[in-house]
Write a protein that binds this ligand. Structure first.
Ligand SMILES: [Zn+2]
Length: 442
């Protein structure tokens, strides 16, 4: 097979459990997949494709952002430091009613795609309205994605009649299934407290019929827990299980307010779980019990959530926090070591999204989603172990990004998007959003 892209003289991130980097090493790419990788002495000679000198760089699998709402980049910084119920009901839902449109979803998703690609995310699972525009923006940006059309029980952007929510979702799947190798459309039922039992069941039936994943926010806050829980012992998780929603193709986001019985259910049903620790901390929702999830073998990945509740889409920041915050509930500094978090951000995320066969490693046969990390940056020196990526790393250390065999970021410049045009459109759209009143400091 021809070599279309050859990365030479880089260090290769070791497999989990192996401490030694392969250095110097190489990666050969043919079409969209990795053809070979290993030490430089095994490097094939170039046959006319692109050659990247990876001297000083660490090659690692692209990061996987398991949960985002890309159009919400428009609302970044619009309403900070609020409780989830007030944030949602008094700020986000009204702003969405006024400002979310197909145009907004397209340009803000392009901005989100640029932010994610530049900081090393090569796959994102998104959930919002106007997902056909989100999908179009991601496909044009060269970002691999699972865009998921949102389903919710009240009038929503692009779906003024809630009775149309499932037909709208079905037509989104019609438009994007098998259309673009980077895009795998799915469904996103917002949450057990915004979707009735009937809506949840019908959304899952549609997802099953089309063989696509169903994403849900689950057990995010204590308020949700109180709202759904009943004297009979239901919890949000047990509520979904009783409805038959939970299976291997259901991906539950947050899972903060879950007890041992809930975790056993998530493990038994083989659900994927995506944790968003920065969003959970900013909204004071709580800390998900990651160690108890890993004990049960649950597939866990990381997500940023939307830019309105994080406010960054840099998965390196998510990793740094995740590796520290899960030590607090047990006061155990050994809990959830950095290596496990690095795993969750790449291979674990791929597994949680059902993509483990294709993503999350640099093996021959995997899709060529590759990051080159600049190890010469002061924050990356000295580099004793990959733990440095987690505790000291940053999206700013990403030098080059390859998705599906295509170079989309080179020397920290995005090649696939006209970034100035994108920012100009988002700036224009943000001018229509009312500025929050400046509050006096307490
Ligand atoms: Zn979310």
């Amino acid at each position: 097979m021809p070599i279309d892209l050859l990365i030479t003289n880089c260090s290769l991130l070791p497999e989990p459990g192996r401490e030694q980097l392969i250095a110097p090493g190489f990666i050969a790419v043919s079409g969209s997949r990795i053809l070979a990788s290993g030490p430089m002495e095994e490097c094939p000679s170039s046959t006319g494709g692109t050659v990247i000198d990876g001297q000083g760089d660490l090659a690692m699998p692209g990061l996987i952002n398991g949960h985002c709402h890309a159009p919400m980049t428009l609302f970044r910084g619009m309403a900070d430091d609020l409780a989830l119920s007030s944030w949602l009901n008094e700020h986000i839902f009204p702003a969405e009613a006024r400002h979310v449109s197909a145009e907004m979803a397209y340009w803000c998703s392009k901005l989100a795609a640029a932010e994610m690609l530049l900081s090393g995310t090569t796959t994102v699972a998104d959930g919002y309205f106007f997902e056909e525009e989100v999908a179009r923006a991601f496909a044009e940006a060269g970002l691999r994605a699972i865009p998921s059309q949102a389903i919710i029980d009240f009038p929503a952007p692009g779906v003024p009649d809630p009775g149309e929510r499932l037909t709208r979702a079905a037509s989104f799947l019609d438009a994007w299934q098998d259309q673009d190798p980077l895009i795998s459309p799915a469904l996103f039922a917002h949450a057990p407290y915004t979707c009735s039992a009937e809506t949840l069941i019908r959304a899952k039936e549609l997802a099953r019929g089309r063989r696509v994943p169903l994403f849900l926010h689950l057990a995010e806050t204590s308020q949700e827990h109180s709202l759904i829980s009943s004297p009979q012992g239901a919890t949000p998780t047990r509520h979904l299980d009783a409805l038959g929603i939970l299976d291997r193709d259901t991906i539950c986001v947050h899972c903060v307010w879950v007890d041992d019985q809930d975790l056993d259910i998530l493990a038994d049903r083989e659900c994927g779980v995506i944790l968003c620790p920065q969003s959970n901390l900013k909204l004071a929702s709580g800390i998900a019990p990651l160690p108890r999830m890993l004990e049960r073998g649950i597939r866990v990945g990381l997500g940023t959530d939307g830019a309105a509740s994080n406010n960054s889409l840099d998965l390196f920041k998510e990793m740094g926090l995740a590796a520290k915050i899960h030590k607090i509930p047990s006061l155990d500094p050994v809990a959830v070591p950095a290596e496990q978090i690095l795993h969750a951000a790449a291979r674990g995320g791929a597994a949680a999204l059902g993509l483990a066969d294709d993503l999350g490693a640099l093996h021959p046969g995997k899709l060529a989603d590759i990051l080159l990390i600049d190890l010469h940056q002061p924050r990356m020196q000295p580099f004793y172990s990959p733990n440095t990526l987690v505790y000291s790393g940053s999206g700013h250390a990403v030098r080059s990004v390859i998705v599906h065999g295509r170079l989309v970021v080179e020397e920290r410049q995005i090649l696939s998007i006209d970034l100035e045009e994108t920012k100009a459109h988002v700036l224009r759209l943000s001018g229509q959003v009312a500025q929050p009143e400046l509050r006096s400091p307490p």
